[in-house]
Design a protein around this ligand. Sequence first.
Ligand code: FAD
Ligand code: SF4
Length: 336
Amino acid sequence: MRPFVYDRAATIDRAVQLGAHTASGQADAPVQFLAGGTTVLDLMKLDVMTPQTVIDITPLKPSLRTIETGPAGLRLGAGVTMAEAAGHDGVRTQYPVIADSLKLAASAQIRNMATLGGNVLQRTRCGYYRDPSWSRCNKRVPGSGCEALTGPNRNHAVLGVSKACIAQYPGDFAVALVALEAQVEVDGPDGRRTLPFEAVHRGPDQPHIEHSLKPGELITGFFVPPGAWTRSSLYLKIRDRASYEFAIASAAVALDLDGDVVRDVRIGLGGMAYRPWRAREAEALLKGEPLSEDAAEAAARAALKGAVTHEDNAYKPELGRRTLVRALLEAARMEA
Ligand code: FAD
Ligand code: SF4
């Protein structure tokens, strides 16, 4: 590990002031916030992230650690741990897709340590990115190329990719947030602002620029609007082993049925896209129609229509389709 300056921020204003030197959205920005540390310390030890300054924001946790549920929606503070949100009664009963996405992620130890703010900004698990002995990685070394295009790429993304990068966004919680049209609250040098969660993660045009937060902006919380669909919602995660593993395919589904007719539906896909993925084409096909197995299959085909595969991940579109069909039919049974 390289030498770095360690600072502690006792207030949000101080964190924002110290963080203002962060290069906007850059994966390896010179200033990093330290929340649970389960991504940032990991990558510093691997010499993938080499920040000059690490700002410990754990003293802010009490003010960023609130969970509010009610008729107006759900608000989750950015300092809430994954375990706290997954185990919260209101989240489990009113927003099961969120509780499931967190409960099925990582390990109990990591869920106790990691925060929601850090979770959404976790980095890809692409092996070429995480191992600096590979010289070609546009995300780690801008302009160097992409080793994954020709090397083993079984776990890489098939949706939203480009020739510059086919890395998969690995998180689960973000897939639930994108499906439920969540908003992100940030505090920064220019004051507070709220932006759609879907606008946080950028596409692969410049892989080393991962998100749209401005320098110094700190995520303070997430807001999930209320909707008739949030109660009948679930997160289905397919992985190589039953626990402590990232998704190779996942679906976040939230459903509002009138009898067997879909009044409204929200769908997010994980384990197969460059960023948390909203499947709007599939939603459009389902709305106003009876939810049969055939309808679910047609929607799943539409969701994966734009998939671009490489040598080892050609299995993914079919796995993604089957995952989504199963998630839709299981969510329908929750409503029955
Ligand atoms: P940190 O490591 O402290 O920070 C991560 C990044 O976010 C840093 O760049 C930091 O600057 C930034 N940051 C942190 N807080 C804020 C904030 N409030 N505002 C702005 N920027 C901020 N995740 C899954 O979803 N599913 C899994 O199955 C899964 N499995 C895992 C298995 C292992 C072995 C490991 C190590 C991790 C796994 N993870 C998984 C990832 C884990 O969930 C994340 O590492 C964790 O959620 C990150 O949160 P943190 O608080 O530790 O973030
Ligand atoms: Fe780097 Fe992206 Fe290619 Fe992986 S897929 S080697 S992260 S450029």
